[in-house]
Design a protein around this ligand. Sequence first.
Ligand SMILES: NC(=O)c1ccc[n+]([C@@H]2O[C@H](COP(=O)([O-])OP(=O)(O)OC[C@H]3O[C@@H](n4cnc5c(N)ncnc54)[C@H](OP(=O)(O)O)[C@@H]3O)[C@@H](O)[C@H]2O)c1
Length: 290
Amino acid sequence: MFGISPVVLITGASSGIGRALALRLAQNGARLAIVARRAELLAEVASEIEATGGTAIPLVCDVTKPDQFEAAVAETIARFGELHVLVNNAGRGNNAYIHDTPNNQLESIFRVNVFSLWYGTAAALRHMIPLGRGQIINVASVAGKIGFPGNAAYVAAKHATVGFTRALRAELAGTGVIATTIIAAGTLTDWATVAEGGPMLELFNYERERGGELAEQMGRTLPPAIPLLTADCVASEIANAIGNPAPELYTHPGLRDWVLEYETNQESAEQKLEPFWLANREGYERGTGG
Ligand SMILES: NC(=O)c1ccc[n+]([C@@H]2O[C@H](COP(=O)([O-])OP(=O)(O)OC[C@H]3O[C@@H](n4cnc5c(N)ncnc54)[C@H](OP(=O)(O)O)[C@@H]3O)[C@@H](O)[C@H]2O)c1
């Protein structure tokens, strides 16, 4: 659809999934613009790509600032002549129950996970729609499909990512531009450690262990076990989304079936999750940190 060396702009490419995706796409011949705030890390990713014969321009940019994101899109088009794919991957979690969430945390979680999609997508579409081709890939999460406790701002923001991409697909009908939502789950990156409000790993571990005990005591069926994947495994799934007209792509085995079960019979799916929610609240109230 975009030839053998598509031009791809990836946000959040300084670490985790975005970094792994940049390395993988560069190996496949894509020409890349890589975006994040940490200039040093971004320069390292660009050097790694250049050292193996690939092409990547590092663009230091805070995606929550519309002027900076628009400038990054414009710079990509100026350098490569076209932008084929925008991957909105930059994102951040949060760690706070709703009654404890400061307003500024709620706002910043929406700024990075939702508003940024709007800024980058609008800038890319002004270029893609007249050309009649292009793709917007938005990295959402299982938290955009299922409710989880302890990070409702993030859960709501990722549900908004799913909704935004659905509306985007409706607006793009007949334009030749496609849009894709990526539904990812647990991935070994810095995500849980750099969450706003504090790290979440210890609480997740507590929830898993104590939740399992409670499920047994309560005689509840366990929810499906979704494996924790490396960033590279997830990146390889996202790479398969390029040029693929499917609306949603699930990166983890078993994830789509779990979401379908939740959407088809939320009450019964919640019964399976409840012991883990009780454990989460218990851990949170004890101040189990990272
Ligand atoms: N890890 C998981 O378990 C998991 C599961 C489902 C979905 N996801 C989603 O996957 C995406 C990637 O996360 P990850 O796991 O790879 O986490 P990560 O390693 O923490 O990477 C997040 C990336 O986003 C960038 N970023 C954050 N705020 C930014 C801003 N204002 N402007 C520009 N870049 C910004 C960071 O770069 P700088 O700090 O250098 O700006 C970093 O490169 C996120 O959307 C996340 O919500 C992750």
